[in-house]
Design a protein around this ligand. Structure first.
Ligand code: ATP
Length: 495
């Protein structure tokens, strides 16, 4: 629109200058410059279209989605629905003198369903719904971002008015891109202007028409980066935390994503959910998809539990490495991984889901654990057991093959981090101390002591099961993989 007006004005000026015999050189130069800038910015400088998704028609790219399609986020859904009720039942909110909410911030790690929640909110409210991403507002030219913010709110109000609705919902994904603390960016004037404009719009100060209310739903993975002005009550009134799902949540999400997939009787989704510790909704969707692809590749029309195991390894570790190590290295990888697995199983029976020596991604082999419960707090004893399992790989190599290898570097750095965590949380023998104020020698002594204790404990567990480890390592070199049940059966066998 703006572009069309400017072009019309420019053409008129050129024609007029020609008619009166004036010099058109400067006008042509200005026109040429404008064309160049438009070409360089891909035509994005002035006009920006935002996706308008109407809640009623749910047109555009989003297909109708309801809160029932979102698993494991009951708390987030409840909070969101409660906030949206004020929009749906405006009269009762007005009766109670409730100020309508202006903003809801969905905060949480990637892939947990924030965009899904916003889309479900659109269907739920039947309000006019516009979607944009933080990066849509970022441009190197001064004032463009602020203009886009103004356009977005104006479009929302106009779209709502044209549909006879009193409410519009604007969804801004990755709000941290435009809502970061002011004064931080190198080209901070432009960023700051954009954010200021958003604050103004959210306050409703620039609204020409105040008969349409705009609710902003924004999503971010980084609340810590946001400007405090954005987070103060009256702007984003609610911060809804959208966390990684727990085991029950993972089961719900798996059920949603396998609802239309043919599953074999041996598939226990609750077990898959338990083993998928730390997976986000996006991981779980990918897991169900990969399992179906594997079944299809194998020429089966039904997805088995084996497909889920293989898919889980693929989602965690990446695609299989085609290059196979030589026999000696393969034996070393097997002995290393079995060291981790045996110590883990002895310290926490039932904790091993599978042991593999087929390389994937950057790993030559790995042990997949099936955690008993979703831990959010760890005691000193639990961290010490973690250290013991981490160093068990290299301990096993030393005891069975005579020396360790560089394959343990990652394990060692994780074990050292875990030991530092013990000191940092005041769980070490030094008590509650500041790591920074502690004499360096004392600090090293405590860290080294914790790791050494883990090594000694691992060594005693491995030495007592040396023959089983050698036998299982030979099996792994032949078969590549052992599931948790066969591993436990082998471990229980007499040497
Ligand atoms: P990001 O922060 O990276 O933008 P997000 O939190 O917005 O991620 P979504 O885009 O909503 O994540 O989710 C990506 C995909 O993962 C969805 O299309 C869906 O298939 C799946 N998914 C994520 N969370 C859930 C959930 N809670 N229930 C069902 N499916 C989910």
């Amino acid at each position: 629109m703006v572009k069309a007006i400017l072009m019309g004005a420019w053409s008129g000026a050129v024609l007029f200058s020609l008619a009166v015999g004036a010099d058109v050189g400067p006008l042509l130069a200005v026109g040429g410059l404008a064309v160049l800038v438009e070409l360089l910015t891909g035509g994005r400088l002035l006009d920006r279209k935002f996706t308008i998704l109407s809640g009623n028609s749910d047109s555009g790219r989003a297909k109708a989605l309801s809160f029932a399609d979102i698993g494991g986020q009951q708390v987030a859904v409840r909070e969101l629905v409660e906030a949206l009720e004020f929009i749906k039942n405006e009269r009762s909110a007005v009766r109670m003198g409730i100020r309508p909410l202006r903003g809801i911030l969905l905060a949480g790690p990637p892939g947990t369903g924030k965009t899904l929640l916003a889309r479900a909110a659109a269907s739920y409210t039947q309000a006019v719904f516009l979607s944009a991403s933080g990066s849509d507002f970022i441009e190197m030219y001064a004032g463009v971002g602020a203009k886009r913010v103004r356009d977005l709110f104006a479009s929302a109000r106009a779209a709502a008015a044209s549909q006879g609705s009193r409410t519009a919902v604007i969804f801004i994904d990755e709000i941290d891109v435009l809502g970061a603390v002011r004064g931080r960016h190198a080209s901070h004037m432009e960023y700051d202007q954009t954010l200021n404009q958003l604050l103004v719009e959210m306050d409703g100060l620039s609204a020409v028409r105040d008969d349409v209310r705009v609710l902003v739903i924004a999503a971010t993975n980084r609340v810590d980066l946001l400007d405090p002005a954005l987070l103060r009550p009256g702007r984003f009134d609610r911060i809804v935390s959208v966390d990684l799902p727990d085991a029950q949540g993972r089961l719900e999400i798996l059920r949603i994503h396998t609802a239309r997939k043919p599953l074999a009787n041996d598939v226990d989704l609750a077990k898959v959910a338990r083993e998928a510790y730390g997976f986000s909704g996006a991981h779980l969707e990918s897991l169900a998809n990969e399992a179906a692809i594997l079944a299809l590749r194998a020429g089966r029309n039904i997805i088995t539990s084996e497909d889920f195991s293989e898919a889980m390894e693929k989602v965690i570790m990446g695609e299989r490495i085609q290059r196979k190590p030589d026999d000696e290295q393969l034996m070393r990888v097997a002995v290393h991984e079995l060291g981790h697995a045996v110590v883990s199983e002895v310290l926490e029976p039932g904790s091993v889901a599978s042991v593999t020596v087929a390389g994937r991604g950057k790993a030559l082999g790995y042990v997949r654990h099936s955690p008993r419960s979703d831990l959010s707090l760890e005691t000193r004893g639990q961290i010490e057991r973690r250290i013991c399992v981490l160093v068990a790989g290299v301990v096993s190599e030393r005891l069975i093959l005579g020396e360790g290898s560089t394959g343990a570097s990652q394990d060692i750095s994780q074990a050292l981090d875990a030991a530092r965590l013990i000191v940092k949380c005041g769980l070490s023998d030094a008590g509650i101390v500041s790591e920074d104020d502690m004499p360096k020698e004392r600090y090293h002594e405590i860290i080294a002591g914790l790791v050494k204790a883990g090594q000694e404990r691992a060594a005693s567990i491995i030495s007592a099961r040396r023959d089983q480890i050698v036998r299982m390592a030979e099996f792994l070199c032949r078969e590549e993989r052992m599931d948790g049940e066969s591993f436990r059966a082998e471990l229980c066998q007499a040497a």
